[in-house]
Design a protein. Structure first.
Length: 301
C-alpha cells in the first residue's frame, strides 16, 4: 500500500511553486470557469480578504474575475506568503546552500535499501540526476520530486495565482508585502530532523503514482469553491504526518492569524493570498482566527 504525498502539502505547495522554474507558455485552451472561495475579516475601518491559491496551474482556468477581482480591486495592498526576488537564481542558491548535508552523509545512504531503490527509480523517471543530490539533505530531493511530475503533466508556475495577483498589483501600483521571507520558508524544511525529512522524501516517492489524480482532485475542489471537500481530502494526511503538519501548516496558520489580528488595528483593505491548504481543514487560518476572537466570513461561492 503506497503512502500518498500529504494532500495539505499538495494543496499549499509551500515552496514548490516558488522554486519551480517558469516553463514556456503553452497554447491557451478554451477557458474553464472557476469560482474559488474567498473570505473576509472586517471591522468598522478595516477589511481583510483571505484567498486560497494554487501555486501551479494549467492554462485556461479563468479564476481572476467576479467577486475575486472586485475584492482585489478594492484592496489597498496585496499580501502573499513570500515576495520572490527579482533574480530567480538567488532563490535556488539559497535553497541549495541550506540543503547541503551538514554531516557529509550521502542522501542515498540515509535510505533503507527498498526506499533507496524506489527513490533512485523515481529520480531517473523524472530526468533528475540522483548523483547531484547526494550532497543534499532529503527534503531537497523530496521538494524537487514534488515539482517535476507536475511540470511534465502541463502545470505551469507562471500561471499560478500568486504570479497573476502580483503582476496585477504592480500594474495597479499596489504595494506587495509578505507574511514570511524566502529564508524562513526554506528553514521550515531545512530545520526538520533528518528522520522527518526521510519520511517526507519516502512519502513523496511513494505518492508519485497518485500525484496526478490527487492534485487534479484538489485543484477541482479549489476551482469550484469547495473548501470543505478539500479539507476532507486533507484530514487523513494531517493525522498521518502530525509532526510535519505542525511545522509546515498549523504553526504558520497561527502566526498568520496573529498577523491579521494586529493588522486589524490599522485602517484599510488588504488582500491576503496564501496556499489553499492553509484555508481548509482543522487548524486552518480561519479556525485560528476564531480562537483569538476574529470571524472570517465566506463572501464568495
Amino acid at each position: 500500500m503506497t503512502r500518498p504525498l500529504p494532500r495539505w502539502l499538495i494543496a499549499g505547495l509551500l515552496l514548490i511553486g516558488a522554486f519551480a522554474p517558469d516553463a514556456p507558455a503553452l497554447a491557451r485552451p478554451a477557458s474553464a470557469s472557476a469560482s474559488p472561495a474567498l473570505w473576509q475579516v472586517k471591522d468598522a475601518d478595516t477589511t481583510i480578504y483571505l484567498f486560497g491559491t494554487v501555486h501551479v496551474m494549467k492554462p485556461g482556468i479563468d479564476w481572476f474575475r467576479g467577486g475575486i477581482r472586485q475584492a482585489f480591486d478594492r484592496s489597498d495592498e496585496l499580501v502573499v506568503e513570500i515576495v520572490e526576488p527579482d533574480d530567480p537564481q538567488a532563490m535556488g542558491q539559497t535553497m541549495a546552500t541550506k540543503a547541503l548535508s551538514r554531516d557529509g552523509t550521502r542522501l542515498s545512504d540515509r535510505l533503507e535499501p527498498t526506499a533507496r531503490e524506489k527513490y533512485l527509480a523515481a529520480m531517473a523517471a523524472n530526468g533528475l540526476p540522483a548523483e547531484t543530490f547526494e550532497m543534499f539533505d532529503p527534503w531537497m530531493a523530496g521538494m524537487i520530486l514534488s515539482v517535476a511530475p507536475l511540470e511534465r503533466l502541463g502545470y505551469r508556475n507562471n500561471l499560478g495565482a500568486e504570479k497573476t495577483l502580483t503582476a496585477a498589483a504592480k500594474a495597479a501600483g499596489k504595494p506587495v508585502d509578505a507574511l514570511e521571507t524566502v529564508e524562513q520558508q526554506i528553514d521550515f524544511f531545512a530545520n526538520l530532523p533528518i528522520p522527518q525529512q526521510v519520511a517526507f522524501l519516502n512519502a513523496t516517492v511513494d505518492g508519485l503514482p497518485d500525484l496526478e489524480g490527487e492534485f487534479a482532485s484538489l485543484l477541482d475542489s479549489w476551482r469550484t469553491g469547495q473548501p470543505e471537500k478539500l479539507a476532507a481530502e486533507m484530514n487523513e494526511s494531517l493525522k498521518a504526518t502530525p509532526e510535519l503538519a505542525k511545522v509546515l501548516l498549523l504553526q504558520r496558520n497561527a502566526n498568520w492569524a496573529r498577523w491579521i489580528k494586529a493588522r486589524m488595528d490599522k485602517p484599510g483593505t488588504v488582500f491576503i493570498a496564501v496556499g489553499a491548504g492553509h484555508l481548509a481543514g482543522d487548524g486552518s487560518v480561519q479556525a485560528q482566527l476564531d480562537a483569538i476572537g476574529l470571524r472570517a466570513k465566506r463572501v464568495s461561492k
